[in-house]
Every structure is written in C-alpha cells, then in structure tokens.
Design a protein around this ligand. Sequence first.
Ligand code: MG
Length: 383
Amino acid sequence: MTEIWAIVVGAGSGRRFAAELPKQYHLLHGEPLFRRSLKAFIDHPKIDGVLPVIAAEAAECFAELCGDLSTMAPVHGGATRQVSVARALEALAPHRPDAVLIHDAARPLVGPEIIDRVLEALGTYRAVVPAIPVRDTLKRQEDGRIIATVDRTPLVAVQTPQGFEFTLLRAAHARAAANDASDDAGLVEALGETVHLVTGHSRNLKITDPEDLGVAHKLTATSGVPKVGIGYDVHRLVDGEGVMLGGVLIPAPFRLLGHSDADVALHAVTDAILGALGDGDIGTLFPPSDAQWKDADSAIFLEEACRRVTQRGAAIAHLDLTIICEQPKIGPYRPAICARIAEICGLTPETVSVKATTTERLGFTGRGEGIAAQAAATILCPV
Ligand code: MG
C-alpha cells in the first residue's frame, strides 16, 4: 500500500500583514489559516500523516493554535522556503513515504477534490502540480508604462499541494541547496524531470495580504442559500451490550440491530444532510446489500455526507437531532453525543443540537421495541 505524507509549510514571517502574527495564524471565521490547511490533510482518508513546518519563533503560537491536531511534531523551518522543505523531507525519511504532498499553510481553502486529483495523478506520474488558467490579460511594464502584451495562452498559475515521489523530491532538494525556488516543482524541473499538471481551483487562493483574507472570508461566508434537509430512521432493539447512539456507546442490556452499527441517530443526521444536498439517502449511498458496510462505524456515512457538503462549497450552519426512546436515558450522554457529532462533521458543538423525548410508552418506541431518530440539517449553499 502506498504511504503518502503531507508537509504543510508555514515557516514564513508574512511581513505583508502589518499585525504581529504571521499571516498563517490569522483567523478565518475564528479558525487560524494554518489550522484549516492542516485539517484539510488530516481529514483526507488517503493521507497517512501530516508534518507542519513552522518558524522556530512561532513554536509557542503554533502549539497554542494547532497543537491539539494529530500531526507529527512540527519541524522548524530555515532561512528560505527551500531549506524549510528540505528539513521536513529529512524528518520524514525514517517513515519511508512513497509520495509526499507539499502545501502552503496560506492556502486554507484547499478542497478534498484537488488533493484527490493530485493523488490520482501521482499513481501515474512522479511529479504533479495543480494549476489554473491565467484569467487576467498580462502586460509587460516598465516605469508604469506598458511595453507589451504577453500571450497568456501557454501560461498557467500553479498552486499547492504539489505532489512528488518522495525520492525524487529529496534528490531535487539535495541538488538545490541555496536555490530558493518559489515552489518545489521548480526544483524538480531543474532535474530535467517532467512535472504534470492537474486542474486546480480558483477558490484555492493563497492568502498573502489582508485583501486576500477578505476574499477568503467572502468565499467561506456563512451566507448563501439556506437549504434544510430532514432525516428519519428507526432500528429494532435486541438483547446486547450497549446501544450506539450519536457515535457514543451507551451502556444498556440491549443493542440496536442493523447491517452497520445501527446508529439510528447518526443515520438520521446523515440523511438530513443528504436531503439538504438533494443527494439521495444513506441507503442508496451505502446499500445494506454491500458487505463492506457490515458492522460499519456509522461515522463513515456521516463523514461522507459532510465531504459532499464541502465539495459543493457549502457549509453546515446547524444540525438538530431528536432521539425518540424510553430507554436508555439520553440526558447524561447528550454533551458527549453533541461533541462527537460536531467532531465527525468538523463543527463547533454550538452548531449541533441534541434532544430526546419518549412517546409516553405509546407505540413501538414506547414498548421498547426500537429507537427512532429524526434530524434537520441547515446547509448554506453558494449562490
Ligand atoms: Mg438506519
């Protein structure tokens, strides 16, 4: 199996921002840019590990803002970007990765689809870079006067993550000492190796000045068209050792019966999100007839629904869940369920509401034959 690591480089001092903090620690909707960039790779199922590169003097800042994330211990960068990446490659060598992705911490809006494209192309090529067409007309200028119009047809603007066979990139950096290329592809090109392009995205912008940060805020604003989806699910109760509800195992002398772990609460939330996206339902995406979902952790289903939200450039504004049963008592587990759902969806717990009710001993839930759950998801979709 291929071992793939991501290096997220945030060792710069970002002097174009007037404030004290380097730009990669500025906040986008309450979350540091660096943290968002790291999470994009931590959350990606095909990335085996993530290594941050930080400025030595920012160690405390990094620990405070990103220290809780599951990354390798950060490597301290050097005087140039090239030295920083070379140090990170050195630190990764004992892990013997097959491939490595290098990403700028200042590109916090990188989506899973770009990472997927780079990874897919890495199956065929040794060096892969995402790029977008140059939209603006380009001019050559001198002293504020246009000298010539540049033909932009052969030009592209390259982004990160840039993906490389590990040994190739190490060789490129070993040769490059002191060559401060502005990207890693440049060093690989210098070896005479072909670098292949995949489609990037204009949304994957690099935040270099406060104006860019403003654009990023707008791109990710919690505005847009609100769409509401609802979900409903029921599973039967049988003798067992604990009920899985909302991703939390609640001790009980019974369990829920189903093909997966039968987490009725996560199923309802998943269906609510899929409903808001108009993406069918959990049964069509994960058919019970498919053996791979046997006893599956239902968090997988919810993660897939959330991945689809991100892929559309949408955002979950709020989730509301009601669990309907006589037993077990949900109250004591409510904060844990709330925290777990928020964790799976990458939300703050304040955007997840968990409620419970009985049905006054009426009906199948009242008789304890099963547990029902219903959920509503509010999603803000780009206009
Ligand atoms: Mg179900």
